[in-house]
Each structure stands twice: as structure tokens, then as C-alpha cells.
Design a protein around this ligand. Sequence first.
Ligand code: ADP
Length: 492
Amino acid sequence: MKVLQVTSEVAPYSKTGGLADVSAGLPAALAARGLKVKVFSPLYCTVREAAPSLTSLQSRPRIPSRFGELDARLFAQHSKPGLSFYFIERDEYFDRKGLYGTPEGDYFDNADRFLFFMRAALQACRLIRFRPDIIHCHDWQTGLIPAMLKSVFWDDPFWRKTRTVFTIHNLAYQGIFSREYMSVSGLPSALFSQEGLEFYGQMNFLKAGIIFSDRFTTVSKRYAHEIQSPEYGHGLDGVLQEHRARLTGILNGVDYSCWNPAVDAHIVQNYTPRDLEGKTKCKGELMSLFGLGGTLKSPILGMVTRLAEQKGLDLLLEAVPRLMRTGIRLVILGQGDEVYARAIRTLGRNYPGKIGVRVGFDPVLAHKIEAGADMFLMPSRFEPCGLNQMYSLKYGTIPIVHAVGGLDDTISAFDPVTGKGNGFKFFSFSASALHQEVRRALTLFKDQDLWKALMTNAMRSDFSWKNAARSYHQLYQKTLTADPYRPPQQPR
Ligand code: ADP
């Protein structure tokens, strides 16, 4: 089976969040199952830094745009048998510091940038003569591809057998743009309707992915359920309910060759559940990196996060005075909205030696926090899957989470009587619930035998990509054997 993954970020070449990790881990696991996988992504400047020796291809897709035809250059990186990465270059669109914007907001031309990317990806397939059985599209930046296949390319022999799968990694980001992009996109104007990709008078790229893909997925079973409710549906709950027969929840996996304390190259000493000496060394290093006071016995709570409202930073800010009275140390690494960046910097200044803060994107430090902290906090308002809690488990860094989406699916509350469970979770989205749960964790932390039992449970949990890749493979097979899905708005 030939599969094309189209994604706006892929680790280690480009990354703002979990999508990048998924775009690396899933293709590798699919290739290990024998599928032929190609990954297409934009060539940002970070890609050049991570892969200085990309191979330039002769083929140059020419892409219609509102500025006339623009050409793209293609670069390839062959990774493992059956797996290659292709990068689409157009410097005025992608050679920028941020992937989607700056701390002040989104780039004004994101619709043009990702329309160009989607069209270039489809063109490139023809040029390199790769006719995928499945195009797997990720998030709004690729949402119009299923619509293109169901309309302008419907009769095109090249695409006749190709089916699309679309994955929602985060429903909060929908790619909503002015309706003038309908004509720029080349899509038939009939698709601009309530049953199509219209959303309150504008164009919604994510909605297009939902409506026009043969199947669509999201990244945990719980989130698949939640997004059909007004509370988590971001205005699309009705659409999701209507189309739920094509929706599947598949939990993301973890790349344990990268996120595993036994082999992690970024941490000061490796460790395993049997030999935890290295974890104490990592904790010592973390304390000195962040100038934390206390002893190696003082509990440390870590956080690595995008600074966005979704991540529950307001709860944390409200809970900090109470948390500080418990004697816990806090380490935060984050990048994103300026309001939160300012707020956490202030915390660092107000609690020197107790709260350590780094504003920025630092993958190496993220590993050091996973390894050096005792507990990991994820108070997300909503969380489609969440990767950090799964990473934390492997590092024996006990997650304390708000029980939503993938956090609820992966974390089970520890029961000191039965010895079962791998973390702590709170159910009400409030600062006092967060504070209570941290206190519960701190009480258990004092009983080092029980804490070790909990760490062992956590470190033994297995969320490897193998399981997720099997589920996606089955979904692709089902999609290929079923009759092609006919969307309500197919203009034929
Ligand atoms: P989301 O995709 O919503 O940001 P996930 O938990 O799914 O959340 O994935 C977050 C990924 O991004 C993890 O790999 C995490 O380590 C990484 N990450 C987030 N913020 C930072 C940061 N400031 N520096 C380094 N890595 C970060």
C-alpha cells in the first residue's frame, strides 16, 4: 500500500507541537509494517538547519495563485526503506522564523501559504510519479485536499483510485478565511454552502477536511466523543455529529527511540525502572539549570507547554500561591502567547529558587525536564491527545492531569490499596481541584515505597506507535475496500 502523509510540521525538521512528533512517528511505524510512505511538508528555514544536505529534485511544480503561476522547488530526504520526506520550497511563504505566525498573532497570508502547499503536494505526486492509495492529511493546513479530490480531480485518471483520510489534531485551529479564497483555491463555488466548507460566511479549511475526506479521525477516543458536544465542538459539533459514521478515534503513539530514559542522548545519565540512580542525577542537573533551592528530596513539578489558553495556564497562575505553600518546586518551559510569557516570567521573579522559568522552544531542555522532574503537570482545558503525559510516564515522572481527551484515556488514578494506576487526575477545571490533586500527589510522594510502585507502573506503560500504526493501517484498508464516499455537496 502506498501512503502519502501531508503535514505542516514534522520532527526533527520543524515543530511547534505534537503534530510534528506524530508526523515523524506514524510514517516510520507504517513503513515498518511494509507500507510505502512519503511525507510532504513545507521547507521552512528550520528544515535547512536540521537537514543541510537535502537532495534537490529537477521537477518544479507550477502552482496557480492569485499572483499568477508560482513555482515550487522540491527537496527529498530518504530516511529508511519505504520512507522518504519531501520538502516544498517557496521562500517568500516558508522561509520565516515562525511556522504559522509570531507571538503577536498568525501571519496574514496563511491561506495563501497553505493553499500553495496543498496544491504543490498534489502536483509533486504527479511529477515524481507517486500515485498514493491513501492521502493522509493532517489538520486545517491540508483540509482542502480531500475537497479537491472530490471535485476538481474527480474525473482525473491519476487520482481515481486514491482515497483520503483526514486527522483532526486540534479542533480549536480551523483555518477560517475570507470567502474570496474560494476562487483562489480553484474549488467549485458550489462547495461554498452550509453542507460544504462554508462557516458563518467564511471558508473553513478544517471543515472541508471533515466533510470531503473518505474517513476522518482524531487523536483519542475520548476526544472523538467530546468534540461532538457544544462544550468542546468549537462550533463544529453539529457537523461532527452528522458525519460521525466516518469518524474514528485513534490514540497517538510515542517514539520510544527518542523519548525513553534508557537511551535518551539529551539527559545527563540514562536510567531504567530497575536502576533509578540516573534519575536522581537528572534531577540534580535540572535544579542547577533552573537555580532551584532545596535538596534532592524536594519534589519538583515540571511543565513543557505551548503557552496557549488551551493548556490551562490560567488555572496554574491562580493556584501558584497555594502550591508554593506546599513546598513544591516548579519548572516551566513554554513558548507562545505573550500574555502568558509575561505572566510566567513574573512567577520566576516572584519565587526565586522555587519557580524556574524558560520562555522559548527548547527540545533538549524538554527532555531534561521529563527526566529530572518528579511530577508533570497538564491542566489543559481540553486536550485532543497530549504527548507529554505519555513521555512523562516513560521517564517515571508522574503526570497530574485534568481528565479530558487523551489525558483521560491514558492516565488512570493511582490507588494505594490495589497498587494500580499510573498518575493523578482531577475532574473539575478549577484551581482548587488542581491544588487538591497536587497535594494528594505530595502526600504519596512522602511514602517512597508507594511512590516507587507508582513509578514502576508508569514506566512500564506502553504507548508505542506499533498499536496506533496497526489501527491506521486497518482504517486505510477499510477505506480502500469500501465504495468511495460521496459527500453531500459533490458538484456532479
Ligand atoms: P500540543 O501539540 O497541543 O502542543 P502535545 O502534548 O500533543 O501538545 O505535544 C507537545 C509537543 O511539543 C511535545 O513533544 C513537547 O515536548 C513539545 N513542546 C511543547 N512546548 C515546547 C517548548 N517550549 N520547548 C520544547 N518542546 C516543546
